[in-house]
Design a protein around this ligand. Structure first.
Ligand code: UD1
Ligand code: MG
Length: 449
């Protein structure tokens, strides 16, 4: 037997009835990443030789996500319980000899360090199960122990009053040797409140076979199981708290951390300053020395060193700000690269575009990238000055060093260093203001009489 070989089984086939959702429960996101991906990420950190995800029939999205993480998928045709679910992986792991770690796809907060500890104990005992002491144990299986010897796990619904008082709860992670554990699971019966084959029954069965079972305790912050929308929100809050802490430990400056929302993959380098109420969607990197002011919403964006963003900026997928770019209030950037030192400080939309180094985009500038059918590109060269309220109708190119007069509608390319004016000529009529005032007064008097 090779003590060090590890296979992980992740249960992800449950309907998640309590979520009241058409989306598979394990795909609901925590910090912008599906719960299942959080679990797979923790599993992967243990460097297992196999990861098998148990999915429901038709759950293509679950299979796709699993494949992205290098996991294989097996189908549980009917959701007959967690014990039955684990057995669906038996044939996939035929011939595997080592330790198996069972995880639930709905416990997104667990960490690799805790899992490694559990696996370590499983090497010593026959079976090791992870437990925790939640503030509210309702709904969790209770672990009946003598010292750290685990006697059995009883589900909340099947527990008597005395058992319900036990506050050591099963978190859903269990490790043991295979093929032995599969043998034990075949003995599980479904005589319980839910008529299901419970994974948790494997403990009492293992003890009957005189196998040592052990309870390993972990922190509540890692063990939360998500069965409802409220628990999803609780897990989100716990994850945010943890991740903000990690980012600050790594040198990010968060003025009011409790108001900043990050994604699981948000990268914030040291010496970045983030003001209150900033939201990071998936796919954001913020490099050293950048400042993100309050109320900015950022996703799929690369913000290079020393940029200044916001307040009230919106960066959408494909936004790339080179070093020293300034993006100010009520500016939206999508799929556009702003090269070094570009300034777009007020009330602007830049989509499907490039803005060359050192260019200035005036207030109210809009790239008209969409014609009702397709998207078109706006290419703005370096050192261009775009006056306020310009509309740049794509596809269009503005050459290096060009000037665009304020209020222009630009529909054709502008050569380098040219001045482009796309607006009607101003006419001043001497004294006409007095005539208008007099006319308005007459009308007003007539209405009164
Ligand atoms: C389960 C445990 C409970 C534990 C709690 C921790 C059992 C019987 N109960 O209860 O002791 O305290 O988790 O959060 O194990 N699944 C399948 N196929 C099925 C049923 C479930 O793949 O047929 C998957 C679900 O997708 C989920 C996981 O198994 O990821 C757990 O199922 P769930 O129904 O959430 O169990 P709990 O009631 O939370
Ligand atoms: Mg659950």
């Amino acid at each position: 037997m090779n003590e060090n070989r590890l296979a992980v089984i992740v249960l992800a086939a449950g309907q998640g009835v309590r979520m009241k959702s058409t989306i598979a429960k394990v795909l609901h996101p925590i910090a912008g990443r599906p719960m299942l991906a959080h679990v797979l990420s923790a599993a992967k950190a243990l460097d297992p030789s196999r990861i098998v995800v148990v999915a429901a029939p038709g759950a293509e999205a679950v299979a796709r996500l699993s494949a992205e993480w290098g996991a294989e998928t097996v189908i549980q045709q009917r959701q007959l319980g967690t014990g039955h679910a684990v057995l669906q992986a038996e044939s996939a792991l035929q011939g595997f000899d080592g330790t198996v770690l069972v995880l639930f796809g709905d416990t997104p907060l667990l960490t690799a360090a805790t899992l490694a500890r559990l696996v370590g104990h499983a090497h010593a005992a026959g079976v090791a199960a992870l437990g925790f002491r939640p503030a509210d144990p309702k709904g969790y299986g209770r672990m009946i122990v003598e010292g750290n010897a685990l006697l059995r796990i009883v589900e909340d619904r099947d527990a008597d009053a005395a058992e319900r008082k036990v506050n050591l709860c099963f978190a859903g992670m269990i490790a043991g040797r295979v093929p032995g554990v599969f043998g034990l699971l075949h003995e599980v019966e479904n005589r319980n409140a839910q008529g299901e084959f419970y994974l948790t029954d494997v403990i009492a069965i293992a003890r009957r076979h005189e196998l040592k079972c052990m309870a390993v305790e972990g922190a509540e912050a890692e063990m939360l199981g998500v069965n409802s929308r409220a628990q999803l929100a609780q897990a989100e809050a716990a994850f945010q708290t943890r991740r903000r802490g990690e980012l600050m430990d790594a040198g990010a400056g968060l003025t009011a951390p409790e108001t900043v929302f990050v994604s699981a993959d948000t990268v914030i380098e040291p010496d970045v300053t983030i003001g209150p109420f900033v939201v990071f969607g998936p796919g954001v990197t913020v490099r050293r020395g950048a400042t993100i002011h309050s109320f900015s919403h950022i996703e799929g964006a690369m913000i290079d060193e020393n940029c200044v963003v916001g307040p009230f900026a919106r960066l959408r997928p494909g936004a790339a700000l080179d070093p020293g770019v300034h993006v100010g209030n009520f500016v939206e950037i999508k799929n556009a690269r702003l090269e070094a030192g570009v300034k777009a400080n007020h009330l602007t939309y830049i989509g499907d575009a490039r803005v060359g180094a050192g260019s200035n985009i005036g207030a109210g500038t809009i790239t008209c990238n969409y014609d009702g059918e397709g998207k078109h590109f706006t290419d703005i060269g370096a050192r261009v000055f775009v006056g306020s309220d310009a509309t740049l109708v794509a596809p269009v190119r503005i050459g290096d060093g060009a000037y665009i007069g304020a209020g222009s509608t630009i529909t054709t390319d502008v050569e380098p260093d040219a001045l482009a004016l796309g607006r009607s000529r101003q006419v001043n009529k001497a004294g006409r203001a007095n005539e208008i005032r007099a006319r308005n007064k007459t009308r007003k008097d007539m209405r009164k009489s």
